[in-house]
Design a protein around this ligand. Structure first.
Ligand code: NAP
Ligand code: ZN
Ligand code: ZN
Length: 351
């Protein structure tokens, strides 16, 4: 298979900083779209993976799965994109396409495992996939998304992971008017959860550890805010929420948040901390509560979310950075010091 070499930012070991490296991309085959990457969001999963916190990272690792760019080449069999189009890529670049989940548009739950945009198994080049902290990416057109033209491109990039990861569970649990929804952890995912749940018509309650986010949460669309470190506020809000979306990246006491649910309520985890989270039997049993999980979303569902965001003019609140600032951005992410998503201006890699 023909390949060419491009610049990327990646890491060689869990403790090593990210720095400029070179990687290979395949020349676009029949169904491929080659995209010149303009912007790439910085997800906490990038940090978990770069530092091997989930214990499966193959090095070198080039993170990045919130990708927006412009099409520079298409294979002869491509029908959905042409050179010059805007295009986006999220967390997956392929799946088996044959299992019951793929056939239902649930490629994220593919029986054989979806192929992740980075640290996945690249079946073309027989090594790990490399993500969006790079000049270009080459992806089968069936896994390439369209970005609504009215959205700011940099601020739209986080929709490709933070947007779909919060949209999918909100849809699955049928969130809408008349429901009270709690969003825990107002980072990249959480702040999108607030905007999307509000746009779906729910009453939205933000649950944060950060006093500095209380006022801001209302600007994002929250109807109420609970400071989770304030035991009195947590107690006053016990048994009040129909659904809680937990977007926390670090160790935390899930039992404290399960208390906020009404009878038959569900807490869905999308945050993926490194270590297990203990759950007390009596957090669930007495009020028939459910503890659930959800990961990203299918391709058609991702397009549906992007189109909804286009119609409702929803994007992420971002801080645009140069790729050379990525290691500092990771440290700030760990401190919860970002409102609310870093996005890399990829021109800084090409300069
Ligand atoms: P992020 O921007 O770093 O946000 C995480 C937020 O969690 C922080 O802003 C903070 O919010 C809260 N938090 C941090 N430490 C906490 C603690 N000890 N106790 C309680 N709250 C704490 O991260 P992100 O990019 O949104 O990602 C969040 C998590 O989702 C990560 O684990 C990521 O890997 C995972 N993820 C999962 C999927 C999926 O498909 N399921 C997809 C993408 C990401 P406050 O300041 O408001 O407390
Ligand atoms: Zn992500
Ligand atoms: Zn499949």
């Amino acid at each position: 298979m023909n390949t060419y070499t491009i610049k990327a930012f990646g890491t060689q070991a869990p403790e090593a900083d990210l720095k400029q490296i070179h990687i290979d991309r395949r020349e676009a085959t029949e169904k491929d779209v080659e995209i010149d990457i303009l912007y790439c969001g910085v997800c906490h999963s990038d940090l978990h993976t770069a530092r091997n916190e989930w214990h499966g990272t193959v090095y070198p690792n080039v993170p990045g799965h919130e990708i927006v760019g412009r099409v520079t080449k298409v294979g002869i069999g491509v029908t959905k994109f042409k050179v010059g189009d805007l295009a986006a890529v999220g967390c997956m670049v392929d799946s088996c396409r044959e299992c019951e989940y793929c056939k239902e548009g649930l490629e994220q739950y593919c029986e054989k495992g979806n192929i992740q945009t980075y640290n996945g198994a690249d079946k073309h080049l027989n090594k790990q996939t490399f993500g969006g902290y790079s000049e270009k990416i080459v992806v089968d057109e069936d896994f390439v998304l369209r970005v609504p033209g009215n959205l700011d491109l940099a601020a739209a990039a986080p929709l490709l992971c933070a947007g779909i990861t919060t949209w999918s569970p909100l849809k699955h649990w049928k969130i809408g008017p008349g429901q009270k929804v709690g969003i825990v952890g107002i980072g990249g995912l959480g702040h999108m959860g607030v905007k999307l749940a509000k746009a779906m018509g729910a009453y939205v309650v933000v649950i944060t550890t950060s006093p500095s986010k209380v006022e801001d949460a209302k600007r994002l669309g929250a109807d109420a805010v609970i400071l989770s470190k304030d035991k009195a506020q947590m107690k006053a809000n016990a048994n009040t929420l129909h659904f809680v979306l937990d977007c926390v990246s670090a160790q935390h006491d899930v039992n404290a948040y399960l208390k906020l649910l009404k009878t038959d309520g569900t807490l869905a985890l999308v945050g993926a901390p490194e270590h297990p989270l203990p759950i007390a039997a009596f957090s669930l049993i007495p009020a028939r509560k459910s503890f659930a999980g959800s990961t990203i979303g299918g391709i058609a569902e991702t397009q549906e979310m992007l189109d909804f965001c286009g119609e409702h003019n929803i994007t992420s609140d971002i801080e645009l950075i140069k790729i050379q600032d990525i290691n500092n951005a990771y440290e700030r992410l760990l401190k919860g010091d970002v409102k609310y998503r870093f996005v890399i201006d990829m021109a800084s890699l090409k300069a």
